[in-house]
Design a protein around this ligand. Sequence first.
Ligand code: HEM
Length: 192
Amino acid sequence: MLSIKLLKWIAFILSLLPLIILILGIINFINLGPNIVEEVLHRTGNTSLNLLMIVLLIPLMAKHSLFRNFLILSRMLGLFSFFYAALHLSVYLFIDRSMSILSIQDDFISRPYILAGMIAFISIIPLALTSFRRAQIRLKELWKKIHQLIYLGTASAIIHYIWQMKIDLSIPMLYLVGFLIILELKKGFRAT
Ligand code: HEM
């Protein structure tokens, strides 16, 4: 079994990899395609959602003794998910919309999936703010309740993804199926 320290390092480097790829793309070291802003939006959004799904999967995997150590990764991966979501939102506000209040207002009406993204982002803010050990000890039962917001955050992010797709819904639908399976498995584990 991997030592905890090594496991943490591997998770840290893998979580940082999408950011490194983005930076290399921005400085033109690798090709991110013709529309870099759109590519950065897509990559940060996908990475944030992938990490949310992994955080939901970890407690299920940890039921198996081989993956028990994975539980210590939840906090780091959750914080990385928040980091990529914040980057995603910043790219949208500051670069895609150039901080134009009118354009953002317009978008909320003409592209309602933005609202679902906003709900997803707001839902995971309390998780990031209370992710520290001291908050967990202080808040006790309330901490558990706050961290249930991950379900709202993930569900809204998947709706946000499905809603914006114009043609091929297969990938966001896979996320939805994965999310429903995770919920079903969690229910099963709670019942036993
Ligand atoms: C936890 C929060 C969020 C997550 C996990 C998330 C996730 C995603 C995902 C997976 C995509 C699709 C990427 C693809 O097509 O490959 C996406 C696209 C996008 N998101 Fe988000 N998102 C979040 C919050 C937001 C917020 C708050 C905004 C803006 C206020 C936003 C604006 C956008 C835009 C403009 C796109 C690109 C849509 C297009 O290509 O037309 N997202 N997001």
